[in-house]
Write a protein that binds this ligand. Structure first.
Ligand code: GLY
Length: 295
């Protein structure tokens, strides 16, 4: 599919999941309702927490939306080629309905089919949870990727720091995830280069969270009464990749506001480098998986 605008990407994602039986719901406010644990809506799952915990949603058990998010956990990274404080997250949810064996083939289809994003499979990499005392190694997810044709050198097992999502606040629904990365046209930064480093070779664009635990105030994880799926695709990052742009700031999503700032400031984007600008060239751990898809 030849995407020409960010709006086409929004529509394509929603249509894909509507065709798979999902109801489209509107973005919630970026100011969370009835949730004292966070200041802003940080992810698409945030307004859905009661339903991930088992409450019945009026629109059913399969939902899709484009959620406006504000994330400040990785604010120090904002200004690099891919991090934003405000972004939109394309998402779909299974509220106790389908799980990994449906979601991973759908993710592959949306990413690689010519009817959808049509990305080159050789340019994609995937991570799965390596397992620890709280949850097992996710061989099921890894094998589902292999069944799509993913080669082992494009599949990485990573620890909770990278492949676990949530809760949005201190307690609540969470679980292991699998993450999807674009491999950019830059060489590995070293023999250990992987999606776990921030050299820029691997750019996360989507994650599928298998939300099946609740984190308790004492730090322990107990199984939720239903198994959920929560996915989040960063609109600005994915559009940047589809447009072949160097950074998320260099697409039509930002060109209007950057043009206005240029006009008001008398400075030119890219020609007056910020004293804070830096581009990491060595492998350093990403801050956390919860900070990667969009912001
Ligand atoms: N799907 C969870 C997140 O990236 O926010």
């Amino acid at each position: 599919m030849n995407i020409q605008s960010a709006n086409e990407l929004r529509s394509l994602f929603l249509r894909f999941f509507e065709e798979k039986g999902h109801a489209r719901i509107p973005s919630a406010s970026v100011i969370p309702e009835n949730d004292p644990t966070v200041l802003f809506t940080t992810a698409g799952m945030h307004p859905l927490v009661p339903y991930l915990m088992g409450e019945k949603h009026p629109m059913g058990t399969r939902l899709t939306d484009v959620q406006k998010c504000i994330r400040t956990g990785d604010i120090d990274d904002v200004g690099d080629p891919s991090h934003l404080t405000f972004f939109e997250m394309l998402g779909n949810w299974s509220l106790g309905d389908y799980f990994k064996k449906e979601m991973i083939p759908w993710s592959w289809e949306f990413l690689t089919s010519k009817d959808w994003l049509g990305l080159d499979p050789d340019k994609l990499a995937f991570t799965v949870f390596e397992g620890d005392q709280d949850a097992p190694r996710d061989e099921e997810a890894a094998n589902l990727w292999r069944a799509q044709g993913v080669k082992d050198d494009h599949l990485f097992y990573l620890p909770k720091k990278h492949n676990w999502w949530g809760p949005a606040g201190i307690t609540g629904p969470c679980g292991p995830d699998t993450e999807m990365f674009i491999i950019r046209d830059q060489p590995p930064c070293g023999p250990d280069c992987s999606p776990a480093c921030s050299c820029g070779r691997y750019l996360e664009i989507w994650n599928d969270v298998f939300m099946q635990y609740e984190k308790q105030a004492d730090g322990t994880f107990v199984p939720l009464k239903q198994k959920n799926v929560d996915t989040g695709m960063g609109l600005e990052r994915t559009y940047c990749v589809l447009m072949g742009a160097g950074t998320v700031y260099e697409t039509e999503i930002f060109s209007g506001i950057i043009g206005k700032i240029e006009e008001l400031s008398g400075r030119k984007y890219g020609q007056d480098p910020s004293p804070f600008a830096s581009s990491p060239t060595t492998c350093v751990p990403l801050p956390s998986s919860s900070a990667t898809t969009g912001a």
